[in-house]
Design a protein around this ligand. Sequence first.
Ligand code: ZN
Length: 188
Amino acid sequence: MKRITVTILWSFLALLPLAAQPAGIVLDTLTVKHIDGNGVTHEGTIVCNKAIANDLRDIFAELYKAKYPIERIRPISEYGDDDERSMQDNNTSCYCYRQIAGSKRLSKHAQGIAIDINPLYNPCVSRKKDGTLIVEPSTGRPYVNRKARFPYKIKRGDLCYRLFIQHGFHWGGDWKSKKDYQHFEADL
Ligand SMILES: [Zn+2]
């Protein structure tokens, strides 16, 4: 009896990751080369929706060729699926099963069609109704002023921006209600 209970429990646990993944989404895992701000080459891993895998492969190949600095590219699972920890570590990542912060809607990251680039230096900035500034990650506050000089900054018109726009992505830095400078998302 005990053994049956344990078996059932394990079967249920094994199903959990699948249950957490939205139906109909096929994920792909890419290995891409990237160069950090010190000129050191790394191999990064991106988990994304298969539908944008070729776009990301092309974009990251171009960024690498141009030595566009990206510090770290690891799957969010290496941060226990904790987006705040991943962003604070300036980790570039795509797929993450989560809701939009402050809402119950699923993020485009949960569909694997949005990617956050160098997120510490390109925070997501919004305001509460009472005017309080929200900065994600919380350690990204020094980089809210987009006129300041600092490394890994994404600007409208720079290579990173141009490549994603050419591939049909939208940039969160162009949004009106909040500015999500790290965020590029595709339509699906
Ligand atoms: Zn994002």
